[in-house]
Design a protein around this ligand. Structure first.
Ligand SMILES: [Fe+2]
Length: 394
């Protein structure tokens, strides 16, 4: 943290890169037609998954775009945990259509597929060509993102994550060129989200808040967002999983997930996300389950690096820390996260997912390759540290 010598205070230096516009709130979906017209878009591709399509969530989006005189096609085959071969096949199928707007409607999978298609339809090639940091050569087809879960925050991030079945891990395309032109976060789109998806997406959102709050890249901007994200999510997640018709809780979750997305877009995910990649890829476990299960064990390992921040996490998760030492308060935060995960049906141990103990060594070695995320972790992790996390989580 640099020091402003004139005023003798410490100040963070940071850059903020967000979508061109974020519309948040009940009814914000209504802005989509005007926004598409302002761009001069004529031919839109809506990218979604079969569940979201069958739930009827694409209809109001399509209707509003059609009313604004766009011709609209729908690709409703986004995979639940999208893969690079799936992305390549979709791009090949759609390459001759001449789209000038890609609209991702759904959870992270649909939005990430939309981002990937924006790149491939504009620049050609395969998804593998753009994996890594800043490999996209220029702007793609403009992207609108409309989340229907309160989860990934992909609507405002500059990353899209895909499974590579050949390499048995997940890989991110990370580039400012895949930031959405417009993110519409209308909580009404989440009101019908099924209970299990609500839980799995919600714990992912909370993990984003905690990992980016404790990332080595965290600063005053992301801290402010993440502290509020933790409050919003921890205060609503149990309620919304218990009763999906609780609109106030749904609204808080949507806003918390958005803030979590802002944070992870700037400070980055860390070890829980790094370890989740090979686990999700090899054992086909949904992303939210992998990060929700692993985070408490990562927190235990990271806690000595900044007990003050971990004590704040405890407070934001509802722990009464008065009378506790800093260390005790910080440890209570780990416990509070586990309790919340348990209450919403997230497994607490790898053995609950029937992951064999013999797989841990391979998972540990594969995790060490996810340097993009491990480099953000507050503690520099050795292979032995990572082995210990896997063993504790088993
Ligand atoms: Fe995540």
């Amino acid at each position: 943290m640099p020091v402003d010598r004139k005023r003798n205070i410490t100040v963070d230096i940071y850059q903020i890169m967000l979508p061109v516009k974020v519309c948040f709130g009940v009814g914000s979906l209504d802005t989509i037609g005007d926004e598409a017209s302002k761009l001069g878009a004529k031919h839109a591709l809506i990218v979604t998954d079969p569940g979201v399509y069958q739930a009827g969530l694409v209809d109001p989006v399509k209707e509003r775009l059609s009313r604004a005189r766009l011709s609209v096609d729908v690709f409703s085959e986004a995979e639940p945990e999208p893969t690079l071969p799936g992305l390549n096949a979709a791009a090949e199928k759609l390459s001759q259509e001449g789209y000038d707007l890609v609209v991702g409607v759904g959870g992270g999978s649909s939005m990430d597929t939309a981002k990937g298609l924006s790149v491939l339809l504009a620049h050609g090639g395969r998804g593998q060509d753009y994996v890594g940091i800043n490999k996209v050569p220029g702007p793609g087809i403009p992207i609108f993102t409309l989340p229907t879960t309160a989860g990934t925050g992909s609507e405002v991030t500059k990353a899209a994550v895909f499974d590579d079945p050949e390499k048995r891990s997940k890989f991110g395309i990370q580039s400012p060129y895949i930031l959405a032109r417009l993110a519409i976060v209308d909580p009404t789109l989440t009101y019908g989200c099924p209970q299990r998806v609500t839980a799995v997406a919600g714990i992912d959102a909370l993990t984003h808040a905690i990992e980016s709050y404790t990332s080595i890249n965290a600063g005053t901007f992301t801290d402010a967002l993440e502290v509020e994200a933790m409050r919003l999510i921890a205060g609503s997640l149990r309620a919304v999983v218990k009763d999906g018709s609780d609109k106030e809780a749904r609204n808080h979750m949507a806003e918390g997930a958005l803030f979590g997305g802002f944070g992870i877009a700037h400070a980055g995910g860390a070890a829980a996300h790094a370890l989740a990649y090979p686990l999700g890829s090899r054992f086909h476990v949904p992303h939210g389950v992998t990060v929700g299960l692993l985070l408490p064990y990562v927190m235990e390992c990271n806690l000595p690096t900044n007990p003050t921040k971990y004590a704040t996490i405890a407070q934001r998760l509802g722990v009464k820390t008065q009378g506790l030492s800093l260390q005790e308060a910080a440890e209570k935060g780990v416990e509070a996260f586990k309790n919340l995960a348990k209450d919403i049906g997230i497994p607490l141990r790898l053995r609950d997912l029937e992951i064999p103990e013999e797989a841990l060594e391979e998972l540990a070695v594969a995790s060490m390759d996810v340097t993009r995320l491990l480099n953000n972790n507050p503690k520099k992790l050795s292979l032995d540290d990572v082995r210990r996390i896997w063993q504790n989580a088993w």
